[in-house]
Design a protein around this ligand. Structure first.
Ligand SMILES: Nc1ncnc2c1ncn2[C@@H]1O[C@H](COP(=O)(O)OP(=O)(O)O)[C@@H](O)[C@H]1O
Ligand SMILES: O=P(O)(O)OC[C@H](O)CO
Length: 500
């Protein structure tokens, strides 16, 4: 048995590679940031080639750091920022446009047109998604409209589309394999999550020829092997591809309905598996695929918050109130409350449960006595309020009670954030010892396919708690604070800049 799995976590702001051993421990890690392009307000793009070279660099570096030879790698698991859209030329492998990132709002006009055509219900029934620029479908249409408006080239089979996993699989296999998995496909708005097929009616709506689309497989399965010149002379199997939020759900061993994880990264994403029941939400949750294993799909409910930890990046880079994101905890705990200040970080609109593309950020309750400590605390609290909005909706739609929330992602190091979250939800918040649950999830999924890991119970047995935050706040206080937040969101949504 080869002793390691190489897990690649291709995220929104950085690429990471990890070596995971059979005890489910991370023995080496490497990380590279890459450029974010903001060509217009609200637009976010990546250079797909830069992402690819960051993956190659991280793979080489993690082997060097771990002092591991490529021949010791059992398999590769890929997990990725979801929805981000790449279209490349079949013949040359060259991207035809920058990758359009999940956060980008540049397809809002296309979305509005779809809403006007009354397609919302059909799209939701088939894909589990709501019409919003977040998903890949309108991004594919947008790129094709730029480079091939009448679709002559696309119909002639000149282009390939992929989410980031499919792009990396294509590159790693030397262009031999064009494949994705069900979790990534379920975020495209082109895939029918019930029939498990690319949907012809949707492809027509978006003007996307089927020949551009990748094959769709189980999350844990066969995605080809690396070509040896990319992997130090070895052909290593790629055995998993999973959207990063789904990989985190798996890595957190949330295998049953009622087990919920929330990831606090750039945005926040809360997922709960619902078994073979694709629960449709009327309150703004998404119905999505948690994973595909052995030909069997598990569904999930998801709440997506577009601005989570990145609001703390804004305090640092935009407002310059802090030098490092970790300073936010120090400042927040210098005051005992926000003194009535609320920050609504709707910088790119609001996701679940509001789905308001036009909303923009706001701050309320300012007085002459407001200090930066209050603003910083209010920004951290906003992450928790948004999470409560999503959680309450999820519990109601699924008809379950929350016992405990499992958390991960870059911002969970912040103890103030975690304690306030627990207080606000009146439930324990469990932080795992190993916060790299996304990478671990991808490693587990890869290892299940090759026999490196025995079964899902092995993963459950390896989950260890670092700290459980217990609720301490009085009910009256909690309700008062949350009521203030609800009023702030309402007021934010009323305010619209007149662009005429
Ligand atoms: N101590 C902290 N307190 C609050 N937010 C933090 C802290 N450390 C990191 N963050 C936030 O966490 C995010 C990074 O988390 P990460 O999981 O690496 O994100 P992603 O995978 O989306 O790139 C950043 O937006 C950063 O502002
Ligand atoms: O890269 P992350 O961790 O911000 O995750 C992004 C999500 O997958 C977007 O849906």
């Amino acid at each position: 048995m080869k002793p390691y799995i190489l897990s690649i976590d291709q995220g929104t702001t950085s690429t990471r590679a990890f070596l995971v051993n059979q005890d489910g421990e991370i023995v080496a890690k490497s990380q590279r940031e890459f450029e974010q392009f903001f060509p217009e307000p609200g637009w976010v793009e990546h250079d797909a080639n830069e992402i690819w070279t960051s993956v190659l660099a991280c793979m080489a570096e993690v082997l060097r750091i771990g002092d591991v030879n490529a021949r010791e790698i059992d398999s590769i698991g890929i997990t990725n920022q979801r929805e981000t859209t790449v279209i490349w030329e079949k013949k040359t492998g060259r991207p035809v446009h920058k990758a359009i990132v999940w956060q980008s709002r540049q397809t809002e006009a296309i979305c509005e047109d779809l809403r006007q055509q009354g397609l919302g219900t059909m799209i939701k029934q088939k894909t589990g998604l709501l019409i919003d620029p977040y998903f890949s479908g309108t991004k594919v249409k947008w790129i094709l409209d730029q480079v091939d408006p009448d679709r002559t080239q696309a119909k002639a089979g000149k282009f390939m589309f992929g989410t980031i996993d499919a792009w990396l699989i294509y590159k790693l296999t030397g262009g031999k394999i064009h494949k994705t998995d069900v979790t990534n496909a379920s975020r495209t708005m082109l895939y029918n999550i019930h029939t498990l097929d690319w949907d012809k009616e949707l492809l027509d709506v978006f003007g996307v020829p089927e020949n551009m689309l990748p094959e769709v497989g189980d999350t844990s399965g066969h995605f080809g092997t690396t070509v040896s010149h990319h992997f130090f002379g070895y052909n290593v199997p790629i055995s998993a591809s999973a959207g990063d939020q789904q990989a985190a759900l798996f890595g957190q061993a949330c295998f049953h309905k009622g087990m919920v994880k929330n990831t606090y990264g750039t945005g926040c994403f809360m997922l709960m598996p619902t078994g073979d029941d694709a629960i449709e939400s009327d309150s703004g949750l998404l119905t999505t695929i948690a994973w595909g294993l052995n030909g069997q799909v598990t569904y999930a409910l998801e709440g997506s918050i577009f601005v989570g930890g990145s609001a703390i990046g804004w305090l640092r880079d935009g407002l310059r109130m802090i030098e490092a994101t970790s300073d936010s905890e120090t400042y927040a705990t210098r005051v005992t409350s926000t003194d009535g200040v609320y920050v609504v970080p709707a910088f790119v609109g609001l996701g679940t449960p509001y789905w308001d593309s036009d909303a923009r950020g706001a701050m309320f309750g300012l007085t002459r006595g407001t200090t930066k400590e209050h603003v910083i605390r209010a920004t951290l609290e906003a992450i928790c309020y948004q999470t409560k909005d999503v959680l309450d909706t999820m519990m109601k739609d699924a008809g379950v009670m929350l016992h405990t929330l499992r958390v991960d992602g870059g911002a969970v190091k912040n103890n103030f954030l975690m304690q306030f979250q627990s207080d606000l939800m009146n439930a324990p918040v469990e932080r795992p010892v190993n916060n790299e649950t996304t990478a671990l999830g991808a490693a587990y999924l890869a290892g299940l396919s090759t026999g490196f890991f025995k079964d899902k119970d092995t993963i459950k047995a390896r989950w260890k708690q670092d700290r459980a935050f217990q609720p301490q706040m009085e009910t009256v206080e909690r309700e008062k604070l949350y009521h203030g937040w609800q009023k702030a969101v309402e007021a934010t949504r009323v305010f619209k800049v007149d662009e005429s």
